[in-house]
Ligand binder design. Sequence first.
Ligand SMILES: C[S@@+](CC[C@H](N)C(=O)[O-])C[C@H]1O[C@@H](n2cnc3c(N)ncnc32)[C@H](O)[C@@H]1O
Length: 256
Amino acid sequence: MDDHERTRSAWEEASQKHVREHEDLLDEARVARLTGVERDVLAPVLTSGPRVLHPQSGHGVDDAALVHAGAASVLGLDYSPTAVRAAQLRADALRLPCRYEVAELPPLPVPTASVDLVYTGKGALGWVRDLPAWAREVRRVLRPGGHLFVLEAHPLVPLWTWEPDEARVRPDRSYFAREHTNDSFPALGAVETQRTLAEVVMGVVGAGLHLVHLVEHPEPFWRPGGVEAAAWDGRLPNAFTLLARVPTPAAEGLPI
Ligand SMILES: C[S@@+](CC[C@H](N)C(=O)[O-])C[C@H]1O[C@@H](n2cnc3c(N)ncnc32)[C@H](O)[C@@H]1O
């Protein structure tokens, strides 16, 4: 089994959790709300009732939050058939306008300029091996004026230890490494791609999107239960949010 197959099978295995915890996730989805940082950035975009594409949609609870915040519809894509089935079951039970499809990305299997908002992150980008190709696909599927939103682990996160007394840099990790083997979640052995924050930004900008917002946050988007790491005490970056927009012909000075 190569790294790619090992990672994909780790996700298929990890996605069984969405089935085991169906009832809890259903309760979560029923009342799901975007997090504070998501609301701050996305509120103006969600007022127009966007058609949302959610690559790497996982358990889909975020999609319920997007609908509750104003999204007209959400199409979730994930390469785990288990995750897709579980998310669809919950969306149908709650009569949410969310549809899920099995897809390995990039590419994104949707028509050009058909989406108002691409929403992704929370443990997604580390599994995308070709970020420039991914960004070009995001750019292709968004309509002019459409947005890309990402809330993701800060690229420094793989370097922090989870010790409670003091945050330390792991001796086996480098900010500039190309990948590392994930040893916490989803499964031992999954190979996570690394890139610097500059590489993320340049990938997005290089695809022709305009950067609207980029903020680094001390709070991680996810805290594993039972862990109280000093790295989360507010002094280090643990997440970032990014909003980018496809230019409209008018903004480019072209005929509309
Ligand atoms: C940490 S989860 C994040 C998903 C979502 N944000 C959530 O909170 O559930 C990452 C998801 O990406 C999916 N995934 C990883 N690589 C992928 C790829 N190349 N194409 C499609 N899905 C992928 C996995 O199956 C998994 O469901």
